[in-house]
Ligand binder design. Structure first.
Ligand code: SF4
Length: 467
């Protein structure tokens, strides 16, 4: 997916002035935030915090042993009959998927929700080579019909109201007018059923790869995921290399915090552990299952001060808690991942120079860290990214500004001249400040400068003008 994160400010401005988006995002995030708190701490605060701590340990242990775990996972996946491929970047991953589809003469692909495939832009690549790609998660289906990317990790269509979704269905798939959400869902299900029956290949992401058993863990609420992974003869799972964990105990732990943090459920409707293609005695299931481990920038983050970002389990809780995300939604962030985790991952995966506003898209209130089920210190990483912006000279305006400020503060003459100029400027312009200051004063009052500096008042006093 193309990166448009340097336009964060103008995209945020558009989002702020979109009343439907404001209603939908604030309502959706508030409900998800409340549901998470109720579910995570249903028994007691101690119990909820203990679960978070256990999940933190499981992911950090997995990250510490990542190279060994990946080798172990590959070996056990192969023993279970999976085919395992490795992709260093988006291009390679897309080429591998294309090659598999070509081998199987596939023309229609059904997909369950996967942020990684959004990250590598798989749908567009496949569509350009005349493959029909059908998103089957309801939220993804809606945004695919409307030709837009997801705006939330867990709830891709959180930015749309029910009325907007109704209009998309009427326009794109000829649904008869209804305001009943159940009828809309039933209509979408009817449309998708044909594709489930006719697809050649199913594509999914993967929530976890369990190294010890060589299994793929997938959690979901809609039956579409199970259809995608069992009905076509071929299933391809694209998984980030950071998704590998040690064992089934860790899967149980992480699954519990993922579902509670993501959707406020103790468990999602479907919890899958896929152990390879169908066995001889089994009548259902695909003949071939591929796991493609995708790096795409992750190994460059591994071993740096940002390593802990790789323990993200994509629950979306930090998005629901973030006052910035709640105001502007996900599209303003200009890439796949919005909210605090997006403000960290986008510069890390796509280059700091491609996402210079994102480390500043935070009030640093700390809510994201507080709700994160694996306790990722997002505010600390946002501060580190701001530091990198200045010290790696990616964002020169801060450096130039601070240098000018330092010069002014060290020279009484410059300081006095600057203060006079500021007072005069304010008198002339009033509240209509130019440039960056204008962005600030558009929504806030700029405090008035004192009419005279302390030095001037002191001199007046010496001359007897002031008592
Ligand atoms: S950073 Fe934490 S809260 Fe945010 S999506 Fe990842 S796991 Fe969830």
């Amino acid at each position: 997916m193309q990166v448009n994160s340097n336009n964060f400010v103008s995209l945020a401005e558009i989002a702020i002035h979109n009343p439907e988006l404001q209603d939908a995002v604030s309502d959706g995030t508030r409900r998800a935030y409340d549901k998470r708190a109720n579910s995570m701490f249903a028994d007691s605060n101690e119990q909820g915090e203990a679960m978070r701590h256990q999940a933190f340990e499981a992911k950090r242990r997995a990250l510490r042993n990542l190279p060994d775990l990946l080798e172990k996972a590959e070996s056990n996946l192969l023993s279970n009959g999976f085919k395992v491929l490795w992709a260093v970047d988006a291009d390679e991953a897309n080429r591998q998927v294309q090659a598999i589809l070509k081998d199987h003469e596939a023309s229609t692909v059904i997909k369950s929700k996967s942020m990684l495939t959004e990250e590598i832009g798989l749908n567009h690549i496949l569509e350009d080579s005349d493959i029909r790609v059908v998103e089957t998660d309801l939220g993804e289906y809606i945004i695919q019909l409307n030709n837009e990317p997801p705006s939330h990790i867990v709830a891709p269509v959180i930015h749309k109201t029910k009325a907007e979704i109704r209009d998309i269905f009427i326009r794109e798939i000829n649904m008869e007018y209804t305001d009943d959400a159940g009828e809309m869902v039933a209509y979408a299900r009817k449309m998708l059923r044909r594709d489930f029956l006719n697809a050649d290949v199913g594509i999914s992401g993967g929530n976890f790869i369990i190294a010890e058993t060589g299994s793929l863990g997938l959690v979901m609420n809609e039956g579409n995921g199970r259809m995608c992974t069992t009905m076509p003869n071929v299933h391809i799972a694209l998984v980030g290399i950071e998704k590998v964990i040690e064992n089934l105990e860790d899967y149980a732990t992480l699954d519990q915090v993922l579902t509670r943090s993501g959707t406020g459920q103790n468990l999602t409707v479907y919890t899958n552990i896929i152990n390879g293609p169908s066995r001889e005695s089994e009548v259902d299931g695909p003949d071939e299952v591929y796991v493609i481990f995708v790096d795409n920038g992750r190994s460059e983050v591994y071993g740096t001060k940002y390593t802990e970002a790789l323990s993200c389990i994509r629950c979306g809780a930090c998005q629901n808690a973030c006052p910035v995300y709640r105001s502007v939604g996900g599209h303003a962030y200009g890439w796949v991942y919005g909210g605090p985790i997006g403000a960290v991952l986008t510069p890390l995966y796509t280059g700091l120079e491609n996402a210079t506003p994102l480390p500043h898209a935070s009030s640093l209130c700390g809510s994201c860290k507080q709700v994160c089920p694996v306790d990722i210190d997002l505010p600390r990483m946002l501060l580190d990214l701001r530091y990198d912006l200045v010290h790696e000279k990616v964002d020169n305006k801060w450096q130039l500004g601070l240098r000018g400020w330092a010069m002014g503060m060290q020279s009484p003459l410059l300081y006095g001249m600057g203060a006079k100029a500021a007072r005069m400027g304010q008198k002339l312009m009033g509240d209509n400040m130019p440039g960056v200051l204008g962005n600030w004063t558009e929504y806030r009052d700029f405090p008035d400068f004192a009419p005279k500096s302390f030095h001037e008042m002191w001199q007046d006093r010496q001359k007897g003008k002031l008592q």
